[in-house]
Design a protein around this ligand. Structure first.
Ligand code: URA
Length: 521
């Protein structure tokens, strides 16, 4: 309802319509509280006795540009209002914010600006803050629409070839349609929304404010109900769903991050959205089982001796690293990371466990510690592709710190569980020299915890092979002092060079070379 006697300004055509009316209201000197705003077709518009339709002809409002004299003449009585480019952009964005008060609010902002009140464009001002929040919400809705519209190819063929249904939060259909028209080239498509529809025939874009149901009557063969209900799957959809299922890693599920990036309200419009709740439930159940097992293990009580074979049926031993369930680390890792290098390598380098990047890449020492190791090998004159590189533990153990996965040292039982794979690699490659990087690798090779310092610069016999122990490359990444870092890299390089020397000697000498080393089993 308008205030008694106050003019009702009818907005027709979104921002452009509002702008035309607002400029004329300014020219008439009407303050915001003296006018009522309505949208064409709204109840406020149709049911009002005092309706006043101002001439909605073209009216300028520049960013930073001054009007040319001819242009001002052409628009007659409409004044030229100068607003900053930033404010012009905010007004245009906020005009797409779906709210019955938007036009009155935008006029208040414009009025204040024209009164010289520049604070109105600042987020520190109450109106300014609301304007910025509206514009932000519209930008978000535009982004969401581009991200979450899913086209279905029409099985019946014909034009438009692709159909989509989407329910945007604000009036962003025209902008998003413009984006798709630029991106989808000559393919024809139709996007329906409850407020209007967009049709691209490969050359021309038509955006209509007529509700999609009505429009679809004019476009033969579009079943809006089926699209809305997500029942318009095409023959590509099963492939997409299979792919989506396969890239979902329950071990890495972070529900809060998932819902932040893909809010739940969009799931119903996405084919893959129907899979998500079940995939989350499966992942949760798995995680709950692990948590429970841990809790049960720490409960006090009288131990009851049970023969493990009676308690659990024998399961076949895992035949590949991928299937390994010898400890719990597989649950939270992306994949097991095997060693790599020539099967005839004379030197084997053993690290601790894959890091974040190795876990994702499936290859040992590709992250920052790998760079240090490469540098040490370069200094030692040992080509990286001549050595076999592996880790004591094959799954990444980590703890979450915000969005980061931080390395956590594996427990002794995890090192022991993984010894199976390290032994298998040693038996297969039969290196002449094993260079252990850090204390975990040393302990894994010795089969017992040992003091790294006791083994530094002291190669030891290990059956047929030599053991050369040195620092872990990530130690160099943790120290702040550049001199200390250099010492560590150079110590690793020296150990690798020593390994090369021992491997060369072993290849030429029938018996263990001197100097006589400490004997280690
Ligand atoms: N640290 C390791 O011990 N191994 C890797 O593969 C990477 C970092």
């Amino acid at each position: 309802m308008s205030r008694a006697g106050s003019p009702v300004l009818v907005v027709d055509g979104g921002y452009a319509g509002w702008r035309a009316q607002a400029l004329r209201a300014l020219a008439a000197g009407w303050p915001p509280e003296a006018v009522t705003w309505a949208e064409r077709g709204s109840a406020a518009c149709t049911g009002t006795a005092q309706l006043m339709l101002l001439d909605a002809g073209p009216a300028p409002m520049a960013g930073d540009d001054l009007p040319s004299a001819e242009r001002q003449q052409a628009v007659g009585a409409a004044p030229m209002v100068r607003v900053s480019k930033a404010l012009a952009a905010l007004l245009q964005q906020a005009a797409r914010y779906r709210s019955p008060q938007r036009w009155a609010f935008l006029y208040r902002v414009l009025w204040r600006w024209c009164q010289g009140d520049r604070a109105v464009a600042s987020p520190a001002d109450e109106d300014g803050a609301r304007l910025h929040a509206m514009a932000k919400s519209v930008r978000r809705a535009h982004h969401d629409m581009i991200a979450y519209v899913r086209f279905h190819r029409r099985s019946s063929g014909g034009s438009p070839e692709y159909l989509a249904w989407y329910e945007p939060e604000h009036d962003v259909l025209a902008d998003a349609a413009d984006h798709f028209a630029r991106r989808m080239g000559g393919s024809s498509w139709w996007i329906g929304t409850p407020q209007g529809a967009a049709l691209w025939d490969g050359h021309t874009l038509q955006v209509s404010a007529t509700p999609a149901g009505a429009i679809s009557d004019a476009v033969p063969g579009i079943d809006v109900q089926a699209l809305r209900a997500g029942a318009a799957a095409d023959d590509i959809e099963p492939l997409w769903l299979a792919y989506y299922r396969s890239i979902f890693n329950p071990a890495r599920l972070n529900e809060a991050a998932l819902e932040q990036h893909m809010p739940v309200r969009f799931w119903k419009g996405l084919p893959e959205g129907r899979l998500i709740p079940a995939m989350i439930a499966d992942a949760r159940n798995g995680a709950r089982r692990v948590a429970q097992a841990g809790a049960v293990g720490t409960m006090r009580g009288k131990p009851v001796a049970v023969n493990p074979e009676d308690a659990q049926p024998l399961r076949p031993a895992p035949s590949s690293l991928d299937q390994c369930r010898r400890c719990e680390l597989w649950r939270h890792a992306t994949q097991a990371v095997p060693g790599h290098g020539p099967q005839t390598a004379r030197i084997m380098l053993v690290g601790e466990q894959p890091g974040d990047q190795e876990d994702l890449a499936g290859r040992a020492f590709v992250g920052p510690a790998g760079k240090v190791l490469d540098e040490a090998m370069r200094r030692a004159g040992v080509p990286p592709d001549s050595v076999y590189v592996t880790n004591a533990v094959k799954h990444f153990k980590w703890i979450a710190r915000g969005k980061r996965r931080l390395h956590k040292t594996p427990a002794q039982r995890e090192v022991q569980a993984c010894a199976h794979w390290l032994e298998e690699e040693r038996a297969r490659v039969r290196p002449a020299v094993i260079v252990t990087l850090g204390a975990t690798a040393l302990g894994a090779i010795l089969g017992a915890t040992a003091s790294l310092r006791d083994y530094l610069n002291a190669p030891a016999r290990l059956g047929d092979a030599w053991l050369v122990a040195t620092w872990h490359p990530s130690y160099a990444l943790r120290v702040d002092d550049a001199g200390k870092r250099e010492d560590i890299v150079s110590a690793i390089a020296q150990a690798i060079a020593k390994g090369r020397e021992l491997a060369t000697a072993a290849a030429t000498a029938p018996s263990p070379p001197s100097p006589s080393p400490a004997e280690t089993q």
